[in-house]
Write a protein of this length. Structure first.
Length: 294
């Protein structure tokens, strides 16, 4: 019979987990509770007593066509940014795993974008893809108005997708590379002896074996696209043009801090949190079935 390990000193255990629990309470549960309270009350913009309104704020949110436009744009943005980031990171990791010349330098270079703050990334992309100052201006001189994120909603949407994907490539690259290097070399060598080419080994052996890592990164990237894209949108497009890049997280900021409607913004934040939970549940419920851990 296997003996079960136990930890008898409960006070020491409580002391060890207390800092982490305090951080979770202060930075997650407390703000979430405040947001829920504001969502069911009317918060005066310049102070005063809250007035109970029940679900009126949620009703106002769901009856607003601009909000549903924001939801649609956010889901589309999360899908394309996640797919682009994971695709680029997987290709880079596969090449570095083959230990090409200079692969040690590539590891540092590919991870560097993740160390940059989102506003800095947004500012860089805003300048690089500027239609009259960046390198795209040379293309616009040959084909006038081919690229103009300030006027074309599709161009603006593509710009924030590329910026968001670029910020996450380094993070995804590290996990993909670690997963690839955990695969025994004998597996790849045996398939090479059997006549499998490089692409065949990547598709039939390496990618299926790193499926758990891929699933984890899908969850992380989708969540990050919903909650950490504010800085990029605010610097590059400010939600425009014509609300083409008005993501849910940015609309919360506009309604709450610019429009001074804190209760409406709180209701939107609760809806965003619920949406992320639902999407995560769907991923664990249906996508994880296709993931094999052995």
């Amino acid at each position: 019979m296997e003996k079960r390990a136990t930890f008898s000193n409960l006070w020491l255990a409580a002391a060890l987990i207390a800092p982490q629990m305090l951080l979770i309470f202060v930075f997650f549960y407390w703000p979430s509770g405040e947001a829920l309270y504001w969502a069911v009350t009317l918060e005066p913009p310049f102070g005063g007593d809250n007035e109970w309104v029940g679900l009126l704020n949620f009703q106002t949110v769901f009856e607003d066509p601009k909000y549903w436009n924001s939801v649609r744009i956010s889901i589309t943005f999360a899908f394309f940014a996640t797919a682009l980031s994971l695709g680029v990171a997987a290709v880079l990791a596969l090449f570095v795993d083959r230990r090409l010349p200079g692969h040690q330098i590539y590891k540092f270079t590919f991870f560097l974008p993740y160390a940059l703050a989102a506003p800095a990334v947004g500012l860089a992309f805003r300048f690089i893809f500027s239609p009259d100052a960046g390198f795209v201006s040379a293309i616009n001189r040959l084909y006038p108005d081919l690229w103009n994120p300030a006027l074309d909603g599709y161009d603006a949407f593509a710009l924030i997708v590329m910026a968001q994907a670029w910020t996450m490539v380094g993070y995804n690259f590290i996990f993909f590379l670690a997963a690839l290097q955990s695969i025994p070399r004998t597996v790849n060598e045996a398939s090479a002896i059997d006549g499998a080419g490089v692409l065949r080994r990547m598709w039939d052996i390496q990618l299926p074996l790193i499926a758990p890592t891929l699933f984890f990164l899908i969850v992380i990237n989708i969540t990050d696209s919903f909650v950490n894209s504010f800085g990029i949108v605010d610097i590059t497009t400010a939600g425009g043009p014509a609300r083409a890049t008005d993501l849910m997280v940015y609309k919360i900021y506009v309604d709450g801090f610019q429009g001074k409607d804190y209760s409406l913004a709180a209701a939107q934040s609760i809806v965003l949190m619920v949406l992320i939970v639902v999407l995560t549940f769907i991923q664990f419920r249906y996508i994880e079935r296709r993931v094999h851990y052995s």
